[in-house]
Design a protein around this ligand. Structure first.
Ligand code: ARG
Length: 506
């Protein structure tokens, strides 16, 4: 049976288009070892089936790890030089070769195809083309198993920092809205039924708290991402006298994996990250749902500006909240990646298994989704919506969300809470039947209900009074909210005085 022809090799051509040095690198398709045309060690006699070559290749997506792969390889090459495994001169030429690959990538001339299989082989192949025999020394005392683990951790560490910055921007956008609305009221809901009125800033601050926990969770995950597996080699360590702590330190890792098997088999960090990212998405999705409701005709608590809203192709009157809808919709992708990663890992015997190659697209997409959604939501709160205080004011004044306050009024005058609760319940029922609000009832009606009611009942029912009465720590009173705003401002805008102080509470 004739072997399938090897796929055209873009990577084995030099940037100038010349074939690799004759007799120098001697690279075949499917590997870097310089063996037969089969590409791997001389154990192999036939090349891969082209469909299997495509199936096996990860270069289409793991090229995203190129910078980290180069950084990891440079650290490894330097360490080999320091430890005397290779000469200082060899270490220097490996580093130069790797930097050359970096420049070629920047110029767009390093474009490995699937014959390179993955980013690790692609870099090594190119290095061997560039340097000849010295290039073949790079992979001493290392395996792609510890290499890919290193690349992935370096990449994710950097992306966690980017997500942290995006979370901070989102928190700041929310805080600026909260400061603007330190004096605006909004109905508060439980079961999506009117419950008790709130200060709008209090509502927005709740999301800042969630985002802050997201940052803390990610920082915690980062600590466990920032551990070096490099030098674990394939699974068992290496007889080559390497220095794992040296490579770890030069790559900025805080520590090294204590066990070589664990080092190449651990993908806990991908799951932890995706769980933390899923919670970010849960928070963004809940806020999105509220914005979508608030923008509806039925609520009309806010208006979307033209910056973030879209129109309908058919209905000229429409302004659609596409941004929060997309964020809500995209959350499912991240939860899906979390489940995918857990399932991918759960049955794997130690140590490395090719299944792990599947972690990358999940991680890449999870990170991109999370970053895109955070940016879009920050922009939405920076310039994509305007709350409607008059409309909100009207909403809080026209419901029974002050009913608890009537009960509290009686409790303050010695009536047991349950008794007060029953009285107010029956009063609300009559009011609903008669189409009147509590604040519209004359004093006689109150006093017929219970002699403890006095002329101050009307003031006690004003929404602003209702809100300001909730002074328990963390409650919605204007004073409590002002304290939350100040603490939050100090935390997320350190050293910057508030330019535009919130108006004093009524
Ligand atoms: N592309 C592989 C991955 O993403 C690199 C490691 C390959 N290791 C191996 N023993 N085949 O996991």
């Amino acid at each position: 049976m004739a072997a399938d022809p090897p796929a055209p090799s873009a990577a084995s051509a030099t940037p100038s288009g010349e074939p690799p040095e004759a007799g120098g690198a001697g690279i075949g398709a499917g590997g870097v070892t310089g063996g037969t045309a089969a590409g791997w060690s001389d154990r192999f006699e036939q090349g891969l089936h082209p469909a299997i070559e495509r199936f096996n290749a990860s270069i289409g997506f793991d090229i995203a790890l190129l910078q980290q792969d180069l950084d990891g390889s440079i650290a490894h090459a330097r360490m080999l030089g320091v430890c005397g495994v290779i000469s200082a001169q060899e270490a220097a030429s490996l580093e130069q070769g790797l930097e050359r690959v970096r420049s070629e990538a920047a110029e767009g001339t390093f474009r490995p195809g699937i014959e390179a299989e993955d980013v690790h082989f692609a870099v090594e192949r190119r290095l061997i083309e560039l340097l000849g025999p010295v290039g073949k020394k790079l992979h001493t005392g290392r395996s792609r198993n510890d290499q890919v683990g290193t690349d992935l951790r370096l990449w994710l560490r950097d992306r966690i920092d980017a997500i942290d910055a995006a979370l901070l921007r989102f928190e700041r956008a929310l805080l600026l809205q909260a400061e603007t609305h330190a004096d605006t009221l909004i109905p508060g809901y439980t079961h999506l039924q009117r419950a008790q009125p709130l200060c709008l800033a209090h509502h927005l601050l709740a999301y800042i708290e969630m985002a802050e926990r997201d940052r803390q969770r990610l920082a915690d995950v980062r600590g466990r991402v920032n551990v070096s597996p490099l030098g674990a080699a394939a699974l068992a360590g290496t007889p080559v006298p390497i220095d794992r702590r040296l490579t770890a330190a030069s790559l900025g890792f805080a520590s090294i994996y204590a066990n070589s098997l664990d080092a190449v088999s651990d993908r806990d960090f991908t799951v932890e990250f995706m769980a933390a990212a899923s919670l970010v998405m849960v928070h963004l999705s809940r806020l999105s749902e509220e914005v979508i409701l608030w923008a509806s005709e039925e609520f009309s608590f806010l208006a979307l500006t033209d910056r973030c809203a879209t129109g309908s192709s058919l209905m000229p009157q429409k302004k659609n909240p596409d941004v929060p809808e997309l964020v809500r919709g995209k959350s499912g992708r991240v939860f899906g990646h979390l489940m995918g990663l857990l399932t991918m890992i759960k049955g794997l015997p130690l140590a490395y298994n090719k299944d792990f190659q599947e972690d990358k697209e999940a991680l890449f997409d999870g990170v991109a989704t999370c970053l895109d959604c955070l940016e879009a939501m920050a922009i939405l709160f920076e310039e994509g919506l305007e709350f409607r205080p008059a409309r909100l004011e009207h909403a809080v004044a026209s419901d029974f969300s002050n009913a608890t306050d009537v009960a509290d009024y009686l409790v303050a005058r010695g009536v047991p809470f349950r008794e007060a609760y029953q009285l107010v319940g029956s009063l609300v029922k009559t009011c609903l039947r008669q189409g009147v609000l509590l604040r519209e009832l004359p004093l006689e009606r109150w006093q017929n209900l219970h002699p403890a009611f006095d002329a101050d009942i009307h003031a006690a029912l004003e929404p602003r009074r209702v809100v300001d009465a909730r002074r328990s720590e963390g409650g919605t009173s204007f004073g409590q909210v002002r304290q939350q705003l100040e603490r939050t401002r100090q935390r997320i805008f350190p050293g910057r005085p508030q330019d535009d102080p919130a108006p004093p509470a009524a």
